[in-house]
Design a protein around this ligand. Structure first.
Ligand code: NDP
Ligand code: OXD
Length: 310
């Protein structure tokens, strides 16, 4: 019997219990799945999400892996008690959700949809928006989610450019890496999408200096992590008119405090960390697949590089 501990907020157990049991059965895994254990040393795998009961992994001394339900692992990656291999979530549901959300936000700004929704004032403004081919959208982070969004935007004919730690070669996308590459990318960007993980290297990557590299009137869309942005620098750039609008889904502190200036700012749209959700059915299949691989002595899929931090 394979012992699996579910360590996530109690509220998510109802969503995950049945899909996980189904996925284990379907994968031919005999698993004892539970939210509690009297004997952590007997646990083989932990299914993990922030806000659950486990923060000290030391007692789980025989666990073969910790399997994150989240794509972003900044809450666990630097946990000194975690010596077990860690896998992050890569899930079709996450990818589809993020691609839909990012595409919607890009189209909102590209077509200036707000002007027509909010400006029903009797004035016939007949200027047509430019075509996607004339709009440059940059994506920082060309991983599972960034690539999916880049592909969809490219299919819509946007001029898509992207940046990652290791140089990429993706069809239809102009790819950059390194600091020089970032500066070159920013200088051409009209709509900037942040899909980087939160690491020591990416914290405040959007700061006064990088904001100044963007052309006046650029738009920022952040479904990555709040810590990617220096909030004070962004607010200053919005107030000066250098940045035209920011659509933010993630924040340094979540929930975003009611008094935070982002809520009331006319040039900011706040969404409550809903850009993409891990979907229990597909995520459970991924978890089962990874356990099956591990039991067969195969390497974990989507294993986190603890040194790189993602
Ligand atoms: P991946 O790990 O697949 O991709 C991360 C990308 O960022 C890679 O292209 C990587 O480069 C690049 N990167 C990492 N560090 C650097 C760096 N220092 N400089 C340049 N590029 C860097 O992650 P996902 O695409 O799956 O997810 C991205 C993030 O999206 C998550 O970490 C999470 O924070 C956020 N997220 C938000 C959600 C929401 O609802 N708002 C939902 C899910 C995720 P390389 O390719 O070279 O490794
Ligand atoms: C994730 C998220 O990282 O929901 O999965 O942000």
């Amino acid at each position: 019997m394979i012992r699996v501990l579910f360590s996530a907020p109690a509220s998510s157990w109802a969503d995950y219990e049945a899909p996980l049991r189904r996925a284990f059965d379907k994968a031919g895994l005999a698993c004892d799945l539970s939210t509690q254990t009297d004997d952590p040393a007997k646990i083989d795998y932990l299914v993990y999400a922030p806000g659950g009961p486990v923060s000290d992994f030391t007692p789980f001394c025989h666990a073969k892996a910790v399997l994150s339900l989240w794509a972003g692992v900044e809450n666990i990656v630097s946990n000194k008690t975690l010596t077990q291999p860690l896998a992050r979530m890569v899930d079709d549901g996450l990818g589809e959700g993020m691609t839909e959300w990012v595409t919607a936000q890009v189209l909102r700004h590209h077509l200036d949809i707000d002007q027509h929704i909010l400006g029903q004032d009797g004035i016939w403004r007949s200027a047509a928006p430019p075509l996607a081919r004339d709009r440059t959208v940059a994506i920082l982070g060309l991983g599972a989610l960034g690539r999916s969004c880049a592909g969809a935007l490219n299919t819509l004919n946007f001029n898509v450019i992207g940046w990652s730690r290791r140089q990429k070669d993706l069809p239809g996308i102009t790819c950059y890496s390194g600091q020089e590459g970032l500066n070159t990318l920013l200088s051409q960007t009209q709509i900037l999408v942040l899909l980087l993980p939160q690491t020591a290297q990416t914290a405040h990557i959007i700061n006064a200096q990088s904001l100044a590299c963007l052309p006046k009137g650029a738009i920022i869309i952040n479904p990555g992590r709040g810590a990617l942005i220096d909030d004070e620098a962004l607010l200053a750039a919005l107030d000066s008119g250098h940045i035209a609008h920011a659509t933010l889904d993630v924040f340094t502190q979540e929930p975003l405090p009611a008094a935070h200036p982002y809520w009331a700012h006319k040039k900011v749209t706040v969404t409550p960390h809903i850009a993409a959700r891990t979907r229990p059915a597909s995520a459970s299949r991924n978890i089962a697949q990874n356990i099956k691989r591990c039991e067969a002595g195969q390497p974990l899929l989507h294993r986190v590089d603890r040194t790189a931090g993602y």
